[in-house]
Ligand binder design. Structure first.
Ligand code: UDP
Ligand code: MG
Length: 362
């Protein structure tokens, strides 16, 4: 058989980037086209299933477009089977209705509808929990994560020694200037104070092998920050860069306060540095107040004037009070996260789905 396999004719690369194929002689005079990598890994590509996870919150205007774009793209890599997991994150518009219509037309589309808005992180988690694919990709519904990149990402995992292909936008054109400035500050800060390296401009658009998905799912924490989790689990990751694409329709779901909360979550989940800062501040303030006491005692003994200077005293009390509240706030953040973790509440509740085997709350 080995001789027969070696008796192969190398074909030029097929249209889809990176697919190397060979014609293999199966029996006398009968040839069949095989993907080289699938020969090496055993089993054809046709055996592999790709799960595409899309969190959707009020995306009635974009959902048809993204599904069509994915269907078109996946036709180009028709050697793979795929399933499309649409997660309705408690939308108040007609997103669910649209999903149900799409699922009626295409058996590969599965929808999972939350009982309320649980947030994008919960939607991604639900998608990963219910995905059955050998490869799993997460992407936004608004076409900001171009589906056209999928064939290239798949080819990387098939032919190169990587476990994951992640994407990063190199520009932020079209985004409000203040949001970009805060985002850059956030990435600088979090990379300084946390162990997990979080790439500036990293999207949640990422293709992963099953092993990596299992590792991501093994982190069952309630407060999820996917960018940090992906970085924390490690694995060999190839980064693909692209220019920022504007949302095709609808509006971003993130206002300033939501983003601020998201960045605080990211920092608290992946770093203990704020707690250390509050301890250091405590030590520094104790030291300063000790010096001040010594200064006041010495001054009283030399000049005998204990009363003057009360305005500065008030300033100092308020200042110290402020720092104390700040430090308590930091501790409160960690305490509240711990409180949510120990409750062990499910990340999401699915109230309506067309997948009989769905994990309805986890
Ligand atoms: N999303 C979600 N739940 C939310 C907010 C957003 O599932 O509570 C989804 C949204 O439908 C989209 C993706 O997360 O598919 C990214 O959202 P958006 O485009 O508003 O974020 P941006 O691209 O502005 O960061
Ligand atoms: Mg978007």
């Amino acid at each position: 058989m080995l001789d027969e396999v070696n008796y192969s004719i190398r074909c030029p690369l097929r249209k889809e980037k990176g697919w190397k194929t060979e014609w293999i002689l199966l029996a006398d005079g009968i040839y069949s086209e095989y993907n080289v990598s699938s020969l090496y890994f055993g089993g054809g590509k046709m055996d592999k299933l790709i799960s595409i996870v899309i969190p959707c919150y009020n995306e009635e205007k974009t959902i048809d477009i993204i599904c069509e774009a994915i269907q078109k793209t996946m036709e180009k890599v028709n050697d793979f089977k795929y399933e499309l997991l649409l997660i309705n994150d408690g939308s108040s518009d007609h997103t669910l209705k649209k999903m149900q219509e799409l699922a009626k037309k295409d058996m590969r589309i599965k929808y999972y509808s939350f009982s309320r808005n649980f947030g994008k992180e919960a939607a991604i988690y639900a998608g990963l929990c219910n995905a059955k694919g050998d490869y799993v990709v997460t992407m936004d519904a608004d076409m900001q994560d171009p589906p056209e990149l999928l064939p290239e990402m798949l080819s990387v995992l098939e032919t190169e020694p990587y476990d994951s292909v992640a994407t990063r936008r190199v520009s932020r054109t079209g985004e409000p200037v203040i949001r970009s400035a805060f985002a850059r500050m956030f990435y600088k800060l979090i990379n300084r104070i946390s162990d997990a390296e979080i790439v500036d401009g990293a999207r949640d658009y990422r293709l992963m092998k099953r092993e990596m998905v299992e590792s991501v799912l093994s982190l069952t924490e309630y407060n999820r920050f996917s960018k940090g989790i992906f970085a924390w689990v490690g694995y060999r990751t190839k980064w693909i860069e692209y220019e920022n694409v504007k949302r095709i329709d609808g509006e971003t779901k993130w206002n300033f306060w939501k983003l601020l909360k998201y960045s605080i979550d990211g920092i608290v989940n992946f770093s203990n540095v704020p707690l250390m800062i509050s301890s250091y501040l405590g030590i520094i303030m104790t030291f300063i107040s000790f010096l001040a006491i010594v200064f006041i005692i010495v001054r009283k003994m030399i000049f005998g004037d204990p009363v003057s200077g009360w305005p500065s005293l008030v300033c100092i009390i308020t200042f110290v009070g402020g720092i104390q509240l700040f430090c308590m706030g930091i501790m409160g953040q960690y305490l509240s996260k711990t409180y949510m973790e120990v409750k062990k509440r499910p990340h999401y509740v699915i109230c309506c789905t067309n997948d009989d085997e769905a994990q309805k709350n986890k």
